[in-house]
Design a protein around this ligand. Structure first.
Ligand code: AVJ
Length: 324
């Protein structure tokens, strides 16, 4: 497995730790202060996310699984036989299983994930369940450049970048466009991107999905602070922050905030930060799209929408994008 934050070799590890620290400090110097969503995902955060995915309010996963179940045969036909499937941010790879079952003789599956534990567990399970499939995990932060295993690159196999879960929604427009452009490059001229996106819908439905009654999303949001405390030696007091996730109609996104419920200070590295009561840390964007938005975004990255699969309510869509 290559690089990313998963490298354990000491020198390289130190260099990566410095880069991570610098990125966190840069975010905290902004106004509002920003913490990147990757900080949700340590083993506890990944487990919380999996529980969010089955929470009654969080319709996204269930809806996308429904689309994939119903339309995997059509998706598989559109993708063609003997593909290499590459999945940035693979997590538990649940939807991927449905796709893999429908695909005709897939050549290889390349899960890419920042969480080493998650990646190894998923790889093990997939190898057990799909004995004839080559699984070639890459431990990396997919928001940065990463190398594909050579076996996935050589040969004539068509490369499909699978990016479900509306993870694209975590990126602001220009970053989302850059990311799609890199996926297009990974897929190559004959390849394709299979993209899952959450659609614009009733505000109450959207806000409920990010403010579940069991408090799972709140715990997930606050977990970023626990993770920073542990990994970077920060000294956040998580009890001084409250979870908030309002819908922003202008930008068409849910914004996850951690609001200071009193005046407070915290240190990260050698730097000290202050917040007054009511100030917030911005931890995540979750953009919601119209089909028109997705088509424009794809176009800006040199991709065109070839197929669209949606649920009966048009709450979520899976799109096949190919280089223009
Ligand atoms: C994994 C990015 C799709 O934005 O809905 C879930 C993450 N954040 N609840 C999303 C998340 C809060 C999720 N994605």
């Amino acid at each position: 497995m290559n690089s990313g934050s998963c490298a354990r070799e000491r020198d390289q590890g130190d260099a990566i730790a410095n880069v991570r620290m610098e990125r966190v400090l840069a975010g905290l110097r902004e106004s509002p202060k920003r913490i990147e969503p990757i900080w949700f995902y340590d083993p506890r955060g990944s487990a919380l996310f999996e529980r969010i995915c089955t929470a009654p309010e969080y319709y996204l996963t269930r809806t996308e699984i429904g689309i994939t179940r119903a339309d995997a045969p059509e998706m598989a036909a559109a993708l063609g036989p003997r593909v290499v499937l590459i999945e940035p941010g693979s997590g538990a790879s649940l939807k991927t299983r449905l796709l893999l079952e429908a695909l005709r003789a897939p050549r290889a599956y390349v899960p890419v994930d920042i969480s080493r534990e998650q990646l190894l567990a998923t790889t093990r399970r997939l190898r057990d369940d799909f004995p004839s499939l080559q699984v070639q995990p890459v431990c990396a932060d997919f928001t940065e450049a990463f190398a594909l295993p050579t076996a996935a690159l050589h040969g004539e196999a068509r490369r499909i970048v699978y990016f479900p879960g509306s993870t694209l929604g975590n990126f602001a427009r220009s970053a989302a466009s850059d990311l799609l452009r890199r996926m297009r490059a990974l897929a190559g001229t004959r390849g394709a991107v299979l993209l899952g996106v959450d659609r614009v819908k009733n505000t109450a439905v959207l806000e409920r999905a990010y403010n579940d009654a069991a408090g799972l999303t709140a715990a997930f949001n606050l977990n970023a602070l626990h993770h920073l405390n542990r990994e970077l030696g920060a000294d956040f007091d998580p009890t001084a922050f409250a979870h908030r996730a309002p819908w922003g109609p202008e930008q068409s996104r849910i914004e996850m905030h951690l609001v200071a419920n009193r005046e407070l200070g915290f240190s990260v590295g050698d730097e000290r930060f202050e917040m007054t009561r009511g100030d917030h840390l911005l931890t995540e964007y979750s953009h919601k799209y119209t089909l028109r938005d997705v088509a424009d975004l794809a176009h800006s990255a040199g991709l065109a929408v070839r197929r669209t699969w949606s649920d009966p309510q048009d709450w979520f869509s899976v799109l096949l994008l190919e280089p223009t």
